[in-house]
Ligand binder design. Sequence first.
Ligand SMILES: *[C@@H]1O[C@H](CO)[C@@H](O)[C@H](O)[C@H]1NC(C)=O
Ligand SMILES: *[C@@H]1O[C@H](CO)[C@@H](O)[C@H](O)[C@H]1NC(C)=O
Ligand SMILES: *[C@@H]1O[C@H](CO)[C@@H](O)[C@H](O)[C@H]1NC(C)=O
Ligand SMILES: *[C@@H]1O[C@H](CO)[C@@H](O)[C@H](O)[C@H]1NC(C)=O
Ligand SMILES: *[C@@H]1O[C@H](CO)[C@@H](O)[C@H](O)[C@H]1NC(C)=O
Length: 516
Amino acid sequence: MKRASVGLVLLLQLMPSINCILDRSQFPDSFLFGTATSSYQIEGAYLADNKSLSIWDLFTKIPGNIRDGSNGDIAVDHYHRYMEDVELMHSLGVNSYRFSISWPRVLPSGRFGEINHAGIEFYNKLINALIHKGIQPFVTLNHWDIPQELENRYGTWLNPQIQEDFGYFADVCFRAFGDRVKYWVTINEPNLTVLFGYFTGQYPPHHCSKLVGECQPGDSKTEPYIAAHNVILSHATAVGIYRKKYQVEQKGMIGIVLNAFWYEPLRNLPADRLAVQRALSFYVAWILDPIIYGEYPPEMRKLLGSSLPTFSLEEKKKLENKLDFIGINHYTTLYAKDCMFSPCDFDSHQWLWNASVWFTAERNGIPVGVPTAMPRFHVVPYGLEKIVSYVKERYNNTPMFITENGYPQGSNHNVSTEDLINDSGRVEYLSNYLDSLTVAMKHGADIRGYFIWSLLDNFEWSFGYTLRFGLYHVDFNTLERMPKLSAEWYKQFLTGTNALKEKGSKSQKCGTYVTN
Ligand SMILES: *[C@@H]1O[C@H](CO)[C@@H](O)[C@H](O)[C@H]1NC(C)=O
Ligand SMILES: *[C@@H]1O[C@H](CO)[C@@H](O)[C@H](O)[C@H]1NC(C)=O
Ligand SMILES: *[C@@H]1O[C@H](CO)[C@@H](O)[C@H](O)[C@H]1NC(C)=O
Ligand SMILES: *[C@@H]1O[C@H](CO)[C@@H](O)[C@H](O)[C@H]1NC(C)=O
Ligand SMILES: *[C@@H]1O[C@H](CO)[C@@H](O)[C@H](O)[C@H]1NC(C)=O
């Protein structure tokens, strides 16, 4: 409790950097406020209780794949400390928690083996503990960790067989947990799985063309499109099963989660404004158009021609099940430059050359927003309002959740724990992004919830433990959890005991955020 009061003092010192005073009452009572995590990033216990190896368990062991040579074998040991972590959430006052189910924990051999009852038991205990504290589980079926056996047998996303496996996994989860879980996400950020897995090769299964980098043999020109096709149809398979067998009785909602940046035109030129539209098509609409309209976006079909797979009549039938909500993971904004009419200097790290767009975080040497510890992540709060408006317009205001939004801190031996805990940059980021969200809501966007990435510092994929996103600091040696200033801020916002209110004369009320 001593810590909490320290937090309060710190928070009051921070006043000048917060643009406005946010108030829980600006959001509907039913609005979900939570934190988000994923299984591989927090659970650890990578071989406990008959879990099998996931594609990430193997990928992280290959030298050079992870910046600090680390892995998620232990991560933050949530598997054994979940009760403590539920308690942390309860103390924040959140009413929801977004987490994912480890596929290899529940089905070690996919559809080729038995259900692992110890895995089911773990998630039952977690779900029951959450509900006991009034926290709604918001469950992602696949947040990138897939049983390695499925990669070995048939190559996961490159093979239509994955649709059957994913459907089977989803069915097992709906049956086991659907009486208590009312929010389901099929797949997290499919485009990163696809782009990093099959274009740049930075993620498993580590495929790419020679031109792009040193990888397992692959074809960066075609494989991402094939993998995305199977992702989309796997989503449709799971939704079909939910609609047919469970939804009427269980009365939940099912959707998908996208990682969506916002883009601003680099130059004040029509060509760059079109480049922004193309970038959004190639990244956001690539996945959502087929699910909602049954076709890839026209911009992609035009540019890619026969390189883009097409949906058969039977597949279109499958897609008619659509989704109930769109989850948006949003972190930052980049500038987009046209490359159809202007020369661009592509390097291998420019995603999806075929969109003919080049991205940069700087205009005339000036960054698009305050930089963070993550390359290309800058603080640009208005981007959240803009991406939400884009999705709202393109998809007829389908209900949306902000399923991730968060701020990375760098962590090396030179940074003291005190500095990491005094995360004023994160408080500023979160309050300004939430403010931007209220603007989108005022303009009619049907937003139903907001989740901060992340509850705790954890294993940040290819960055290992060098980036920290948590509201709670984790000492990676002792695994002790400690609240950061941002945890105190979130709690005060959620419980309406915002100490800033009394001191707030200098600040305007939120919801009047000025966009560029
Ligand atoms: C793991 O599998 C073995 C063999 O099927 C079984 O005997 C054992 O009880 C399982 N362990 C757990 C924790 O379920
Ligand atoms: C896909 O990934 C790229 C690269 O990280 C990102 O800029 C984009 O917003 C993502 N889009 C979707 C829909 O996932
Ligand atoms: C996509 O981009 C790659 C790399 O520039 C190129 O080789 C390929 O032909 C392009 N595909 C289409 C359909 O234009
Ligand atoms: C840590 O600080 C030392 C001395 O100031 C500096 O030489 C070194 O580059 C720093 N290391 C990192 C990882 O920032
Ligand atoms: C916390 O960080 C802010 C902003 O960087 C700084 O002004 C303040 O002095 C720091 N407080 C402590 C106790 O380190």
